[in-house]
Ligand binder design. Structure first.
Ligand SMILES: Cc1cc2nc3c(=O)[nH]c(=O)nc-3n(C[C@H](O)[C@H](O)[C@H](O)COP(=O)(O)OP(=O)(O)OC[C@H]3O[C@@H](n4cnc5c(N)ncnc54)[C@H](O)[C@@H]3O)c2cc1C
Length: 375
């Protein structure tokens, strides 16, 4: 029997697999996709995320474009640019490349990978109430059962496992949706991420190698998504900060939409199952730290899985929850506060006014969002 079955070969699942396989565990990762696959994301690893990869000696992302800081703009001409301190950088690279490299690293470490395998649910053993395996459907085959001593759910925001077991759900509020696409010929791009916060929406813009620019809009107005590609082009052209820079730009890919974005989850698993990455909750992409949570969350889940394999105690999810709270809760609170602020038109205007008086608090926020202390 395999030791750990990991649902989802995104960053959280791959890092968990690497840590486990390096420690000698028999690991199987299953993913419904065929890699390399695209994923709607701002494509930027902050310095803290990069720090996790380097500490674990995982070379993925090193060929990404160095990102030296962030430009944040707000209503009324607010414009603050802050660099990460002491030469720290993030990296920008296509998720299909980052995730492909992480999957290769998991395979190199000894993990077995099954693609085109859809996780349909978990088996819970009657006697112990513990998860003991997965219900899977391989492309072109009937459903089958996979037994494992332990399961890690790293199957993303819409986690089939976390939802079917009642561990995670979209909260009623806030409800936000994202749409993103790649552009070429955007002027004025530099080695920095950009966040343009306006009442009711924000626009993230990131540079990539090869002259590509990633543009994502997050909005609370779901009806706007119906306008498809026009939503992105209209939004950037209506924005004084961006209009001139996008006047000759071309949208190179069809826009992709996602939402609702927020997922609430108050636990780190249940007996026999540990959560990692977005499957264990997602707040908002505004702070650009989802990948840091996913990478570190994958590492922590693997550490507690190893402990469970060693001791036979399948209830390590409680200890994992405690360590995640200790490590992540200050940043979660910060992200919730920022999400609340960005969701209120009055608060965005007020913050804009305050920032015109002093840019110092916003510079601090940019560095904190970049997880520079974790780097
Ligand atoms: C618009 C937007 C922009 C963002 N920008 C950034 C950014 O710039 N920087 C940053 O750090 N974070 C960003 N994030 C957050 C970041 O994308 C996520 O936090 C990160 O992808 C989480 O990684 P993960 O491994 O948990 O999940 P995912 O990357 O979602 O991977 C989950 C994997 O599970 C697989 N899967 C799902 N369901 C099943 C199933 N039933 N069966 C089998 N396989 C399944 C999927 O195919 C996928 O490969 C952004 C998010 C959004 C929405």
């Amino acid at each position: 029997m395999i030791d750990v079955a990991i649902a989802g070969a995104g960053p959280a699942g791959c890092v968990a697999a690497i840590v486990l396989a390096r420690a000698g565990a028999r690991v199987l990762i299953v993913d419904r996709a065929t890699f390399p696959r695209d994923k709607l994301c701002g494509d930027t690893l902050n310095p803290g995320a990069l720090g996790v990869l380097r500490r674990l000696n995982i070379g993925a992302a090193e060929d990404g474009l160095p990102i030296r800081g962030m430009l944040v703009t707000g209503p009324g001409g607010v414009r603050v640019e802050a660099h990460y301190p002491a030469g720290l950088t993030g990296r920008a690279l296509l998720r299909r490349n980052l995730d492909g490299q992480l999957l290769q690293a998991a395979s190199d470490a000894g993990a077995t990978i099954h693609q085109q395998a859809v996780v349909q649910g978990a088996f819970v053993s009657d006697s112990r109430g513990a998860v003991s395996g997965l219900q899977l459907r391989y492309a072109g085959s009937a459903s089958s059962r996979l037994d494992a001593r332990l399961v890690i759910a790293a199957d993303g925001r819409e986690s089939r496992l976390a939802r079917s077991l009642g561990l995670a759900a979209h909260p009623r509020r806030p409800r936000r949706w994202a749409v993103g696409a790649y552009f070429t010929d955007v002027k004025g791009m530099g080695p920095r991420g950009e966040m343009h916060v306006r009442p009711g929406q924000y626009i993230g813009v990131s540079p990539l190698r090869g002259g590509l620019t990633n543009v994502c809009i997050v909005t609370a107005d779901r009806a706007r998504l119906r306008s498809g590609p026009r939503l992105l082009t209209d939004a950037v052209r209506a924005e004084p900060e961006l209009a001139d820079r996008f006047c000759t730009a071309r949208m190179e890919t069809d826009p992709v939409t996602l939402g609702p974005l927020a997922v609430e989850c108050g636990v780190a698993g249940m007996p026999g199952l540990l959560l990692a990455g977005d499957a264990g909750g997602f707040i908002d992409p505004m702070t650009g730290d989802g990948l840091r949570f996913a990478l570190r969350g994958g590492e922590l889940a693997a550490q507690y899985a190893l402990r469970a394999l060693e001791t036979g105690d399948l209830s390590v999810h409680e200890e994992l929850a405690a360590v995640r709270r200790r490590e992540f809760s200050a940043k979660w609170r910060f992200n919730r506060a920022l999400r609340g602020l960005a969701g209120s038109a009055d608060a965005v205007r007020l913050a804009g006014l305050a920032t015109r008086m002093s840019s110092w608090p916003l510079s601090r926020i940019i560095r904190y969002a970049g997880d520079v202390t974790a780097a």
